[in-house]
Design a protein around this ligand. Structure first.
Ligand code: F6P
Length: 364
């Protein structure tokens, strides 16, 4: 019997369970593959005692429309940066990757499928370089992974953000206010630009295009005649003004290496007031609502296709690769290429000209 181990790492994302189910279903069509899952990314392998679960068709029945991941996840630590307290009682990290590889060998694991975003796939590549038979499946609501047309979870996040714009439009219109909706995406403006277009926002600010506050001010002023009017601004959490910097929060979590974003909507309101904008403004930070709940049908289909492809790569021994969607096909690409560059919105992207054509102010 051959054994494949699944891990889900990084932030959760709608569609993770649908990928797990697809891997298990595809494996069950073979007579010689058993599927296991590691709890909380690779922590399940490293913990003493370990936390590894067996997965079969019965265990994954009906999980394709559940949010989150039945295997749990973490975006802290990992085999290369395992948090430990040193002799002085200070938290630090140690590299446990060699030990993890020995443990996997001991467990007779023939292949690992690591479902995760850029951070998780960097770990996949490093483990591959150490000799592990590993395959990556791209996961992120941010859609910031290159080498694949898109990632599952992203369209669900766009749908949730668009519904938020729709709701804010009616309250903005009733109160003659400006609502600033802050959406996720880290350094990529994909969620913002999609939801701004879908929801009919007046302004959309993304990290890839530092904004000029005077341009934003002028666009909003135009929406108010004789003191009556309303507008919705969609701002990506990683957006920042020209000559300014990203708004981040203090990070005290051990082993959490990402910059914690959040709060740019409040900053924008302050900057607009300083620039002379005098109408009512309110902010809404959508936050983790974008990551929870059921995946929309599009993401379930994408997840199913990626899960089946990942298992077929395991059967074929196609390691050191990541599943990628190159419409209309699912292909395998080198992990090292997949993590080389992020997928960001460029000024020549068709979405930018669409937004401009619609009259959406992009802050430049
Ligand atoms: O990468 C996905 C994401 O949701 C980002 O959009 C966001 O900045 C970050 O994760 C939030 O991370 P956490 O769940 O650790 O607060």
């Amino acid at each position: 019997m051959k054994r494949v181990l699944i891990a889900t790492g990084g932030g959760d994302c709608p569609g993770l369970n649908a990928v797990i189910r697809a891997i298990v279903h595809r494996a069950s069509k073979e007579n010689d593959w058993q599927v296991l899952g590691s709890i909380q990314a690779f922590n399940g392998v490293l913990w003493e005692p370990n936390e590894i679960v067996e997965l079969d068709n019965k265990k994954v029945a009906g999980i394709h429309f559940q949010g989150g991941t039945i295997l749990e996840t973490t975006n802290k630590g990992g085999p290369f940066a395992w948090p430990v307290k040193n002799n002085e009682g200070i938290w630090t990290t140690v590299d446990r990757s060699d030990e993890m590889l020995r443990k996997l060998q001991h467990m007779n694991i023939d292949a690992v499928i690591n479902i995760g975003g850029d951070g998780s796939q960097s770990i996949s590549q490093r483990l591959y370089e150490k000799g592990l038979n590993i395959i990556g499946v791209p996961k992120t609501i941010d859609n910031d992974l290159s080498s694949t047309d898109t990632t599952f979870g992203f369209q669900t996040a766009v749908q949730i953000a668009t519904e938020a714009v729709d709701k804010l439009v009616t309250t903005a219109a009733s109160h003659n206010r400006v609502f600033v909706l802050e959406v996720m995406g880290r350094n990529a403006g994909w969620i913002a630009i999609h939801s701004a277009i879908a929801g009919g926002a007046e302004v959309c600010l993304i990290p890839e295009i530092p904004y000029d506050i005077n341009k934003v001010n002028a666009a909003l002023e135009k929406r108010f005649q004789k003191d009556r009017g309303f507008a919705v601004v969609v701002i990506s959490e990683g957006a920042y003004p020209e000559h300014g910097s990203i708004v981040s929060k203090e990070n005290t979590e051990i082993g959490y290496e990402n910059v914690k974003l959040g709060g740019v909507s409040r900053q924008l309101i302050k900057e607009l007031a300083e620039a002379g904008f005098r109408h009512d403004m309110r902010e809404t930070i959508l936050g983790h609502l974008q990551r929870g709940g059921v995946p929309i049908a599009y993401d379930r289909v994408l997840s199913a296709q990626m899960g089946v492809k990942a298992m077929e790569m395991a059967i074929d021994g196609d390691f050191g690769k990541m599943v990628a969607y190159h419409h209309p096909d699912f292909v395998s690409v080198d992990l090292k290429d997949a993590i080389a560059l992020p997928n960001l919105v460029t000024k020549n992207n068709a979405l930018i000209s669409t937004a401009r054509g619609l009259g959406i102010c992009l802050g430049y």
